[in-house]
Design a protein around this ligand. Structure first.
Ligand code: NAI
Ligand code: MG
Length: 354
């Protein structure tokens, strides 16, 4: 029959971003052949901090429009010394997330066999959960400003913006995900300290929970929840959180899982009105960039999330199985995991197991 083709935008970005995307693409092409789909790529190699320094913008003025007709976006990492992080982030990543209404940031966490977690209680096979982070509003709003710059009465104000529509849609996504997974959901809150937005968040959680009676849910204040991520990481299934809380929790969870180099993320527009974006959690790692030693697993696992979104769950599972195998059955590892393999050697070993 006809082969489904998916149009993929590749944005390597900065630093090791350009080193981890080619391995992801190698893996994708193997799976396309096996599972009967094809991928066509458009690369945006110079959307980067280098471009910003040369031309004053991270991407061209019509950059968002160039991506609009793609089925998905695979991104490496954005940010490099010499360009302030808020400039690079708000010049590329955030415009993509917001223009394409990617209101769900999904971050799966697993402790794989063969990985030493810094947390003693985080045993392989037991820790397997997902952080669902609100990705478009909340604490990361553009509402606010600065007055009296440079004077003693200088002031900065930043408003947190929580909308009924914005909170409800991410909660619905998280509850539905929990009902497909282990049937448990934890909501991150801080309604004892943040007295307007967080009680509103809690109220909407209670409202939406009524539509998902099959999901057992609870809520935890963010400070206590952070402690529990370290002390009892195996108790979680789906954790839903606001933009800021979810950002912090998911990095913490990635560290609990053993390495930031493995963790993946999806920025989803669940309605599929626009392309969704898939990216490793890690940044551009300037300290190791250019050496060919970056861990490609975060990018490869992100590619698995992309295949899942594009309707190829079996192919996605092949990838996570191969990641589990390479870690459990071989001692080939990149340096961040205590090994000596290069990015290319680690990728070859994984593809062998695939
Ligand atoms: P980072 O994630 O780039 O690096 C933190 C540490 O982890 C470094 O020691 C690095 O060598 C190591 N590391 C990260 N990924 C690795 C991999 N795949 N393999 C082996 N080791 C790895 O975070 P950092 O240093 O805070 O940020 C560097 C730049 O990246 C900044 O400009 C920052 O804004 C940007 N960044 C971008 C992100 C994105 O594009 N989504 C996310 C986080 C940071
Ligand atoms: Mg973060």
């Amino acid at each position: 029959g006809m082969t489904t083709n998916h149009r993929i935008a590749l944005i390597p970005g900065d630093g090791i971003g350009a080193e981890v995307l080619p391995p992801a693409r190698q893996v994708l092409d193997v799976l396309g052949r096996r599972h009967g789909f094809s991928l066509s790529y458009t690369s945006y190699d110079d959307w980067s901090c280098e471009r910003y320094l040369r031309e004053g913008a991270m991407m061209p003025a019509d950059g968002i429009d160039q991506l609009r007709d793609k089925d998905a976006i695979l991104l490496g990492a954005v940010g490099y010394p010499g360009v302030p992080d808020h400039v690079s982030l708000w010049g590329l990543l955030i415009p993509i997330r917001r223009s394409f209404r990617q209101y769900v940031n999904l971050r799966p966490i697993r402790v794989f066999e063969g990985i030493d977690s810094p947390v003693r209680g985080a045993r392989p096979g037991e820790v397997d959960f997902v952080v669902v982070r609100e990705n478009m509003e909340g604490e990361y709003s553009e509402v606010g400003g600065r007055l009296n710059r440079g004077f003693p009465d200088e002031i900065a104000v930043q408003e947190a913006v929580f909308t009924r529509a914005g909170v409800t849609r991410v909660l619905d996504y998280a509850f539905a995900l929990a009902s497909r997974r282990g049937g448990r959901l934890t909501s991150a809150t801080k309604s004892n300290g943040i007295v307007h937005t967080m009680p509103f968040w809690d109220q909407l959680v209670t409202e939406r929970a009524a539509s998902f009676p099959q999901v057992a849910w609870d809520q935890e204040h963010i400070d206590a929840l952070a402690a529990k991520f370290v002390l009892e990481p195996a108790r979680f299934d789906v954790v839903v959180a606001s933009n800021l809380f979810g950002d912090i929790l998911s990095d913490l969870a990635a560290a609990v899982a053993g390495s930031i180099g493995i963790a993946p993320a999806a920025n989803l527009n669940p309605e599929r009105d626009f392309p969704s974006m898939f990216e490793p959690v890690h940044g551009s790692a300037p300290d190791i960039a250019g050496q060919g030693i970056a861990n490609p697993l975060g990018a490869i696992w992100s590619a698995a999330l992309m295949l899942d979104h594009l309707g190829h769950p079996a192919a996605a599972r092949d990838i996570t199985d191969a990641i589990a195998s390479v870690l459990a059955k071989t001692d080939t590892r990149t340096r961040d995991l205590g090994g000596t393999a290069t990015t290319a050697e680690f990728t070859d070993k994984l593809i062998e197991l695939l």
